[in-house]
Design a protein around this ligand. Structure first.
Ligand SMILES: [Ca+2]
Ligand SMILES: [Ca+2]
Ligand SMILES: [Ca+2]
Length: 280
């Protein structure tokens, strides 16, 4: 008997589940990379001149990522000043940092669907630190995603492995017919400017991180021409409770020749059909 059969029979013969026990956790999934580009940063550091290929003279790839919520309820992060600061960046003043709770809602009316304003009961747990991010000019939740590059020839990590922080919003939707999905964006970027704002991503919606944002790059200076595996992981330290923590990794095999990176412009990076053999 397979596991699916066991679960099915338990659901049929078991007692009714009390509605208070049904919760609506989110399920983060990273959508495929888009807009992967290669450039050599100019030394003048004038970020107003678009594509963000300015700064230190490094050769970098830049890319766009999206993290969507495919779960039964929203990902919601609520500032909780009663919790002592822990794991916050040491270079940010303490009055620009606050711990945040992940809020998981419960099914108050027992219909199995999350409804804003009806299913108001919830459980909070401490998820991490929110702090002022000088480069993005607003407040961020720490360690929300990671980016890494592995060489297919050696299997070695050759760039990245570090974690990136974001302010979470509903910047677009992928399926607003999902149960619990709002028809309009609920979490807006207006709360990103406030230490006390509630941030999140709704069911059926995603947050987009464009290629020109600080942090949406990996240093590929002096890497040899070849195939590489580009990897992103949502919630890499598993600070957030989800219905599925096993689907947060997105990988794509790309061909790179960093010696061809133009200055003052960029070229598109080719995605390959062959799957990655390097990386997680
Ligand atoms: Ca997930
Ligand atoms: Ca409900
Ligand atoms: Ca998680």
């Amino acid at each position: 008997m397979g596991l699916g059969s066991v679960v099915t029979s338990l659901l049929i013969v078991g007692p009714p589940v009390a509605s208070a026990l049904v919760t609506f956790p989110p399920d983060l999934q990273t959508e495929p990379f888009t807009g992967i580009r290669l450039c050599q940063e100019r030394l003048d550091g004038d970020a107003s001149k678009s594509y963000a290929c300015t700064g230190t003279g490094r050769t970098v790839i830049r890319f766009s990522t999206r993290v969507g919520d495919h779960g039964a309820g929203p990902l919601e992060l609520v500032p909780d000043p009663s919790v002592r600061l822990s794991g916050c960046p040491s270079d940010v003043p303490a009055d620009e940092e606050v711990m945040v709770d992940e809020r998981i809602y419960r099914d108050k009316n027992g219909d199995g669907v999350f409804e804003r304003g009806t299913d108001t009961g919830h459980t909070d747990h401490v998820a991490g630190c929110k702090y002022y991010h000088a480069a993005h000019h607003h407040y961020h939740f720490d360690d929300y995603a990671s980016y890494s590059l592995y060489a297919e020839a050696t299997g070695q990590l050759v760039s990245g492995g570090t974690k990136t922080s974001f302010c979470l919003t509903d910047s677009g939707n992928f399926d607003i017919s999902l149960p619990g999905a709002p028809q309009q964006p609920y979490y807006s970027s207006s709360t990103c400017g406030s230490l006390t704002g509630i941030d999140g991503t709704s069911v059926g919606w995603f947050d987009t991180y464009g290629p020109t944002l600080p942090g949406q790059e990996l240093d590929v200076t002096a890497l040899p021409s070849g195939d590489y595996c580009l990897v992103t992981i949502a919630d890499p330290d598993n600070r957030l409770i989800e219905s599925n923590d096993g689907n947060n990794t997105r990988k794509v095999r790309i061909h790179l020749d960093p010696s061809q990176a133009p200055v003052n412009s960029y070229i598109s990076v080719q995605k390959l059909k062959a799957p990655c053999t390097a990386g997680p």
